[in-house]
Design a protein around this ligand. Sequence first.
Ligand code: OAD
Length: 230
Amino acid sequence: MTKKKIVVLSGAGMSAESGIQTFRGAGGLWNGHDVMEVASPEGWEANPKVVLEFYNQRRKNAHEVKPNQGHLLLAEMEKDYDIQIITQNVDNLHERAGSSNVLHLHGELFKVRSTVDDSLVYELDGWELNWGDKCELGSQLRPNIVWFGEAVPLISTAFTIAKTADIFVIIGTSMAVYPAASIVDYVAHQIPKYIIDPDIPPVYGINNLHKIEMGAGEGLAELIEILRSS
Ligand code: OAD
């Protein structure tokens, strides 16, 4: 029997139980940081060392944490389902938990790229990218992250994947950032959709949406039960 395809859209809340801060809300990562200073082409232009240091700290933190119960359950679900994850997260916790199909919509923390040729992307050893670290063409390397105001190169791939879902699951995202938040619009009307979040954000116009008001780990355990009994 062919496995049902579950497409997952994950956001910062997916990694919260691993100890990675979410972006919005009290105490969030953007609290105290001017987003445009550390996550925009203008910020990079104005002060690249501040940007490099910001991502070095994110990387250092990501090295120190481990996948949580939610990441592990998603990896385990591959036994019974065809799981495709579309994540807005730049950490690699889905992969470290064992998930096989992960699309990083907003880039990857442990990859860096050339500032003169977007196709020159490199894995970073360790956690530091410094001013003066250059690509093979001799230009400064930058974090391989999609910043505010930049195009999202993988968005059409994400839309195509969303159309193939038998079940669609949204986990730990405020659905406040576009175009990521519009991926669900590409999922067919009749397809069951679940949203797992301890503080479900306002979502409108999503047909056949079931709310699981729990954290990622507990919420995924609940989802597995629901799917088993349906
Ligand atoms: P947000 O910080 O906007 O939203 C995090 C969501 O996770 C909120 O809805 C929380 O209620 C929820 N949450 C908190 N704890 C949780 C838990 N234990 N389990 C499950 N959910 C939990 O993060 P994103 O929606 O991911 O982009 O933000 C989207 C994008 O905005 C990010 O990819 C980033 C940011 O700017 C870039 O950096 C390009």
